[in-house]
Write a protein that binds this ligand. Structure first.
Ligand code: HAM
Length: 421
């Protein structure tokens, strides 16, 4: 019997790891440049955290969470996102009062029971940032600038930024009423989910992908036209900063995002190369979330993106490529003494930081040479009993086919390979 993978959860195999590391390194390096510090939080949280934080009426909370009781019948959930956990940690650490301004980033797996397709999985991996403790529009611009900078670092083109403001809690109430009036006359022609959404939260109708609902969504009034003076001013200043920084955006008056904690600025970075799952990353402000979790009024904002989608874009030839793999040296061996020398040399050379491999299956020399090629070894040493006795051999540079006589000591080999590199 063999076991199957769980649907929508994938192994990330050695052939793809280079792409993942490239994307992760871009995130870590961008975070360093923008001075965001890394935080790692548990994969499991109390269900309540996400239900209250993200909103009961959202698709994520309503139908996509992996929720189960623990042995004491407490309801736990595999994290579907990072923002709620960051805010929880922020409060647990007492930062809300002692160090309210925080810039944090995270990388890690998230879980949502969605219908799997290209770029949409049940275990996926997010990179995200959260900046807490400032309402200043320059921080909104910094967060958006971070997203662009990371993509620039990876050389990814064909991207565009959707931007909107959904205003403060009061504006959202007003906008909800406006949407209710707009959709009510058509509700019979809309999908069953949208029926429910009209009562629970009409903003969620704007995320609906059902074709029958699109004509009514396209006609819906935009949120940015119904902002209070403070929120309109904030949105204007965010746009001014983006203009000043030369960061492009397109206003999308119906962008509301699928999570309930958002206030004011919302944005998504879209890729022309992703097909239907074309949102590379998304985020916005959540100025009420710390308070929802029992903390003092504290603004916050951030974004998260999916590594799976980023890797698809990179593998389609958009931008940077991972360095070619391969090892520094393969030690082929013949006979007992040759093999002994190979095993001991490999140990010392690995300790010196070289990537070195040997044969472990007692293969004929010809097969060992094939293996050296398969491993893309940059150098080859063949060690037989003669080499073991004389402690001299010939090291071959594989690409050029050049051979050089060499003393078979770790120091001499390290020196030779360092010169070659
Ligand atoms: P989100 O829009 O739900 O926002 O997810 C952010 C990104 O995660 C998406 O744009 C997408 O790239 C990726 N993603 C989401 N679901 C999947 C999936 N099933 N498979 C593959 N990739 C996926 C959030 O999660 C918010 N916490 C973002 C945020 C941070 N807002 C403020 N701070």
């Amino acid at each position: 019997m063999t076991y199957e993978r769980i649907r929508g959860m994938y192994d990330i195999l050695p052939v793809d790891i280079g792409w993942w590391r490239l994307a992760e390194a871009a995130m870590i390096e961008t975070a360093r440049c923008f001075n965001y510090r890394e935080i790692r939080f548990p994969i499991v949280e109390y269900t309540e955290l996400f239900a209250r934080g993200m909103g009961e009426a959202t698709d994520v909370v309503g139908k996509e969470m992996y929720t189960f009781p623990d042995r004491k019948e407490r309801s736990l959930t595999l994290r579907p996102e990072g923002t709620a956990s960051v805010v929880r940690a922020y409060l647990n650490e007492g930062w809300a009062t002692q160090a309210p301004f925080q810039k944090l980033f995270y990388i890690g797996p998230m879980f949502r029971y969605e219908k799997p397709q290209k770029g949409r999985c049940r275990q996926f991996h997010q990179f995200g940032i959260e900046a807490l403790g400032s309402l200043d529009p320059s921080l909104d611009a910094e967060v958006i600038s971070f997203a662009w900078s990371m993509m620039d670092r990876l050389g990814i083109g064909g991207l565009w930024l959707r931007l909107n403001s959904i205003g403060c809690a009061q504006d959202r109430e007003t906008y909800r009423d406006i949407l209710t009036s707009h959709f009510s006359p058509f509700v019979d022609q809309m999908c069953s989910d949208c029926h429910r959404r009209l009562d629970e939260n009409p903003l969620r109708i704007l995320d609906c992908k059902e074709p029958q609902c699109q004509p009514f969504i396209e006609e819906a009034p935009g949120s940015a036209d119904h902002l209070c003076a403070d929120c309109a001013d904030h949105f204007g200043k965010v746009r001014d900063w983006l203009d000043r920084l030369g960061l492009e955006y397109r206003i999308d008056p119906r962008l509301v995002r699928g999570i309930d904690y958002y206030t004011r600025t919302v944005f998504e970075l879209m890729s022309e190369d992703l097909g239907s799952q074309d949102t590379l990353l998304g985020g916005g402000r959540y100025d009420g979330l710390v308070e929802t979790f029992g903390g003092p009024p504290t603004p916050g904002l951030g974004f998260a993106g999916g590594f799976e989608r980023l890797v698809i874009v990179l593998q389609e030839g958009q931008g940077a490529e991972p360095p070619t793999e391969g090892i520094d040296l393969f030690l082929a061996s013949l006979g007992t003494e040759g093999r002994e020398l190979a095993v001991t040399l490999a140990k010392h050379l690995r300790e010196a930081g070289l990537s070195v491999d040997i044969d472990h299956r007692d293969r004929a020399l010809r097969k060992q040479l094939t293996l050296a090629n398969q491993l893309s070894s940059r150098h080859l040493l063949v060690l037989g009993n003669d080499e073991a006795a004389s402690r001299r051999g010939r090291i071959k540079q594989m690409e050029r086919g050049e051979e050089t006589g060499i003393a078979l000591t770790p120091d001499a080999i390290v020196e030779h390979l360092t010169k070659e590199a």
